[in-house]
Write a protein that binds this ligand. Structure first.
Ligand SMILES: [Ca+2]
Length: 364
């Protein structure tokens, strides 16, 4: 699968030596700002104009041949919502809580559960109801990427999701180690790969009574993050309001923070925007093709991360995004948007990569 070009982060690279991409051992330099230079040009002669015209014709022919024969990349899908509008979506926070309570009642329980991991460490879960939504972003959304094509997705069953990112004390309780750069028992674990998170989930299932913990699919993650909202963020569209809900480059002081310090979304999920990126189960493909609903058993080296982080930008950007060297692109909240996607090889670790677990609602 052809991958968009990779963008290096010298600061993070220093924390993470080693190969980052097949055949790539160092961070590519940022794209320099282009400076125009205006100089006087000599007057062209008639013969020069003839030569130029011939060159233009030749270039046109070559371009047609290349486009017709050599470009095998798939055409972008239509930007309209595939499958039509989603039933009962979007909905406001009050409706989100009503649906959550209704789902809990049908299961004979509460909207929240707590799992004892031993040693005084708990794992808090919130119930996410089933439903239908438009995954991705509308073409009118500010700072969207072209890999966010809106399409109808149905979440057929309710599920439990971690109220918080997996913390370092939880990781320590299950794995017996803590790889995090920013140490703190209540801070999210980071420097964990997708493969590491799978191991965590497997050991978690060995330890607790209720088996069936896993990473969320990409579709489950976005559904849970939005909590009914069709806006850029779960609370609306405002960049300035994001600081009430997220640790990101404007307020993070370049580090993680304890989970749960910011406002939750309507389903009681914290830090869905910011703090650490969250590995999803699903393999990454640059345009939605059904992989977004696939589990960790689906093949694919590259896996999706969601939600943005404390850091100022992701390591990869789709090629269609604007020139990231421009200040208004590098330093803004676009990466915390509900629809924003990044990916990385499953074995890769970074100091802003973490995870959040889910499990089937029927297991309680
Ligand atoms: Ca997060």
């Amino acid at each position: 699968m052809a991958q968009p070009p990779k963008l290096g982060d010298a600061g993070v690279f220093a924390q993470n030596p080693g190969p980052r991409w097949p055949g790539c051992t160092s961070a590519p330099a940022p794209v320099p700002t282009r400076v125009s230079q205006v100089t006087a040009r000599p007057r062209a002669s008639a013969s020069t104009w003839c030569c130029l015209a011939a060159l233009v014709i030749l270039a046109t022919i070559l371009s047609a041949l290349v486009n017709g024969c050599g470009d095998t990349s798939p055409a972008p899908p239509p930007v309209t919502a595939a499958g039509g509008p989603a039933q009962g979506w979007p909905f406001d926070a009050a409706e989100a809580r009503r649906r959550q309570a209704e789902a809990a009642e049908s299961l004979g329980g509460k909207v929240e559960q707590q799992v004892d991991l031993g040693g005084g460490v708990k794992l808090d879960l919130a119930l996410v109801p089933a439903g239908q939504f438009l995954m991705g972003s509308p073409v009118s959304e500010a700072q969207r990427g072209d890999d966010e094509s809106q399409h109808q997705v149905t979440i057929s069953k309710p599920f439990w999701m971690g109220k918080y990112e997996v913390t370092q004390e939880q990781w320590q309780a299950i794995m017996g180690s803590n790889p995090s750069r920013f140490q703190g028992s209540k801070n999210p674990v980071e420097m964990v790969s997708w493969d590491d998170c799978r191991s965590f989930v497997a050991k978690l299932n060995e330890k607790v009574t209720w088996r069936g913990f896993r990473l969320p699919t990409e579709a489950e993650w976005e559904w849970a993050c939005r909590a009914g909202a069709a806006t850029r963020f779960s609370f609306g569209d405002s960049d300035t309001s994001l600081a009430e809900y997220a640790w990101f480059d404007w307020n993070s002081s370049s580090r993680t923070h304890q989970v749960g310090e910011k406002k939750p979304n309507a389903w009681g999920l914290y830090d869905m925007h910011g703090n650490v990126w969250e590995w999803c189960a699903s393999p990454f493909t640059s345009h939605y093709d059904g992989n977004e609903s696939k589990s960790e058993d689906a093949p694919g080296r590259f896996r999706v991360l969601r939600g943005g982080s404390w850091s100022y930008r992701p390591r990869y950007l789709p090629s269609a995004h604007p020139d990231w060297s421009l200040p208004d692109v590098r330093f803004n909240p676009r990466y915390c948007r509900s629809a924003f996607r990044v990916w990385d090889p499953s074995e890769y670790r970074l100091d802003d990569y973490g995870c959040r677990v889910v499990c089937s609602a029927r297991t309680f």
